[in-house]
Design a binder for this molecule. Sequence first.
Ligand code: F6P
Length: 317
Amino acid sequence: MIFLAEDKFYSQVYSIKEQINFTEKFSLEARNFKAIVISGMGGSGVSGRIFAEIFQELPVIVVDSYKLPKYVDRSYCFIAVSYSGNTEETLSTVKEAKARGVRVNAITSGGELSKICDNLIKIPAGLQPREAIGYLLMPLLNTFAGIQTEERKKIISILENLEKERSPIWQLAQKIVDSRKIPYILSWEPFTSLSYRFKTQFNENSKLFALNHNLSEQNHNELVPQLMNGGMAEKFIFLVLEGDYSSRCKVRLDIMENKFSSEIIRIKPKGETQLEKLFYLLHYIDILTVEVSLRLSFDPEDVKVLENLKAELSKIK
Ligand SMILES: O=P(O)(O)OC[C@H]1O[C@](O)(CO)[C@@H](O)[C@@H]1O
């Protein structure tokens, strides 16, 4: 087997272990609010999607556009998440929040957001937003869910073991490259949000198109073209993030597997708690998509096209 992995990229991916020890939090109490609104785009916004799926004590609304829903007022807890602090959609919702007298809590490494927010958690700069998922997500978990030191240690040790045993991930990376197929990711609660993270990591790290769906919903629509239109399923390489094993979705998956001519690759998280499994899968996804990128001879960090677009947009007011 040829090892093409480059330490430079892996050191960024592996830095999630330090990020898990980031203990900053807001002094906010969920019980004081009607709901939590998290505004953020791309690699920053995904922290809100992940949090929304884990935190079940209050509704969590994720905004990934310019507009803040009309109903958001002071009874909502508003948190803007932007690694750079300069993303225009996020800043637009911040301005709307301020105009309505809603307090702006922010997680950012700097930029305009750090200047205009009311309450700031500053995170280290110098990473790509998607590499900072720990810094972006931990403040949400620290504030509303509370994570014990023991749990952090356990998660870090699970990730260290995953790094030591990464050769099956590398084999899967090669299989994806050799297949020349489009990754199609399925998952169910509590890790539906991770199928989206997986898709966007394929996009930004590996420069590949990818599709993602919640398995149950997929069984109500996309299953049709996959099985009835001349075997559309053949065009995809199916990856499943296995969530709760007791879910009826597991039964659905078993039935689907018998109907598909294509292989369905199951990724089973290690760990006992939901958080342990969540971080295992996050790390697995990052290692895999970086490895696919390297095997396709891309720079996993390079998203110039997105940055250039942002620069062009910033010139037109
Ligand atoms: O995290 P930020 O700085 O708000 O940026 C949001 C998204 O925009 C990009 O930087 C590119 O436009 C993505 O890579 C990133 O996830």
